[in-house]
Design a protein around this ligand. Sequence first.
Ligand SMILES: *Cc1c(COP(=O)(O)O)cnc(C)c1O
Length: 438
Amino acid sequence: MKFISTNAQTAPTTFQQVVFSGLAADGGLFVPENIPVLSVDFLQNLSEHSLTTIATEIAAKFITDIPAVDLISIVQRALNFSIPLYPLQENQFLLELFHGPTLAFKDVGARFLAETLSYYLAQQRQSLTIIVATSGDTGSAVAHGFHRIPGINVIVLYPSGRISPLQEKQMTTLGDNIYALEIQGNFDDCQRLVKQALNDIDLVQQLNLTTANSISLGRLVPQISYYAWALAKWLPLKRNKLVNIVIPSGNFGNLTAAVYAKKMGIPIHKFIAATNANAVVPEYLQSGFFKPRSSVATYSNAMDVGNPSNFARLEAVYKKDLAAMRNEIFGVAIDDKQTLAQIAKTYAEQHYILDPHTAVGVAAAEKIAQQSCSSEDYIIAATAHPAKFAEVIESALHFAPPLPDSLAAALKREKQSIELSAEYDGLRKTLLRQLNYA
Ligand SMILES: *Cc1c(COP(=O)(O)O)cnc(C)c1O
């Protein structure tokens, strides 16, 4: 399997080159030359397979430059937590993707990418430095995913005082090969600094510097497998119905992975793209005009994205045919008021505490179910644990959600961060000093 750019200006390249370069040289996103299809035999016996078997089968279709035995151990180390399908009510199921170390679905992609990079590095006897800017969730998932991975150092830049205390503790208490840089500035400053570092050819060579952002195919490929796994759990319930997948979306990586799962043969009916007030994609599906803009802050802050970075991949799947995309994807935008109302309603009726992102998904499913009179099922991607968003839960339910042990433990640990101004020169000196290459 080779990969091409959505801008179509680069030669087909291997998975190894794709995960090390992130973005294609022509500025486009890497996509597979074609979306592979799972065998009829595998699809017919889907429900008999474990999550790791399914994930290995899918990964092997895309990653043809790693031998099967090695791919199995990469998958086993990356997906070492459960992904339950929780029956919420008559026609709704929650795919709980938040049982990884940072309690959000981003753990799946970050852990798989870390294991894959580490594998390739060991082959080449090389080391690597990863630099990322974060407004919260991505940084902690990447930091945990790469913690103690041999041959890789991770630099996380976050805006001082602008992320939740919990998110800060998740990123700054790991130590070892993880360096948390607390920047006196906002998220945009952090992103600018990362860009400057990645454009500093001398630094890039000295540190073998790269990034691990949300457009990495190394994060997308493992995400396909949990949709196949969801169907594997749902099919034996013999509901003789169609099932739709609902995805709370920001950069639309998670939705792209679900669409890939369907193209590979997983029997998903339709997709619901659920957003908060940052509704660029639902508006596109309505009007046919894609109008990226600055994001606005909402309760589901990991979805506050005004220019969804995976949109080019979605367009590529549907060959820029709006009618084809509309036929499979419905867009629904849910505002903050509806988000709080959904958290309250689901708790009152099902005694289940939704995090604000998942609440956007459940509210979208209810809206679509009301509009269409059919009795289809909905599997909603539950993207984060509610304890990560305690303030929002408190405004909806008037009590704080119980803190899982892993979060409570992180809160007790000592913060280790390096405070820096938003000037590039200081960042450069710190990187060279900390990583001992000066
Ligand atoms: C990142 C994130 C999302 C959005 O996922 P995309 O792949 O960017 O669309 C949704 N919920 C949570 C909790 C997240 O961290």
